[in-house]
Ligand binder design. Sequence first.
Ligand SMILES: [Zn+2]
Length: 255
Amino acid sequence: MKVLLVLIDGARPDAIEMLPEFEELRARSEYSGNCRTVMPSVTLPCHVSLFHSVTPERHGTTTNVYSPQVRPITGLCELLAKGGKRCGFFYDWEELRDLTRPGSLFYSYAFNGHEIGYRECDDRLTDIAIEHIAHGDVDFTFLYLGYPDDAGHRMGWMSEEYMYSIKNSLRDTLRVLDALPDEYAFIITADHGGHARAHGSDCPEDMTIPLFIGGTAVNEKMEKATILDIAPTVAELFGIAPDREWEGVSLCKRS
Ligand SMILES: [Zn+2]
C-alpha cells in the first residue's frame, strides 16, 4: 500500500461541490463535506495538527510562525520513516518546511508560490509529483496546492477567481489520481475554509473542510471526521500503529 495526500489550501466544500470535477472525484472515493478543522483555522496551525493529530493548544503553533514543541509529539512522517516508509513532499508555501523534523523525508520539493505565482507552482508541483509517483521510490506523497488560499485573500472566498482556483486544484488533483498505480489509497482535504477575504475564526465557513478518501473502505467515523483523524488513517493504511499521544482516530474500515 502507498498513500497520496493532497491538501488544497483554503478549499471550501460548498465551492468544490458546485464544480463538475466534484462528480469525478466522488465517483472514485468516499466523501464528507462536513469535516472539521481546528482553531485557529489558520494554515500552519492546521497543518501541524494534521501531521501530529493534536490540537494547536497541544502542539503550540497558533500562528503562521512555527513554534518548536515544548513536549514534542511524533509527527506522521517521523512515524512513517521509523517504520521504513519513504515520504515525499511537494509544496509551494515555504512555512511547511517545519511540518517534519530533519531526517524524515526522502525528498522535498518547494517553490516560492508567493514570488512565482501559486497557480503556476501548483501545476508544476503536480507534474513533478506525477513523475515521482511513476518512478515509485516513495511510499507517502504529500502534495500541497496553495492557489485557492491566495485567490481567496486577494479576491474573496467564493469570488470568480477563487472558484477558478478551486477548479484548477481539482484538475491538478485528478491528473495525479489518473497517474496513480493500483497500490495507492488517497486522501484529499483542506486545512481550513474562508469567508470574505480571510479565515481564522470559528465560523462554519472557516471551520468546515472537504474530505475524500479513495482506494480503501472507510468506517462510520467518516461522517464526524476532523483534521486530527487524517494522520491515524494514513498510519493505519501503512499498517503502522498511531502514536499514543495522537488524539484522532483512523477512518479505515477494519477488514
Ligand atoms: Zn490564508
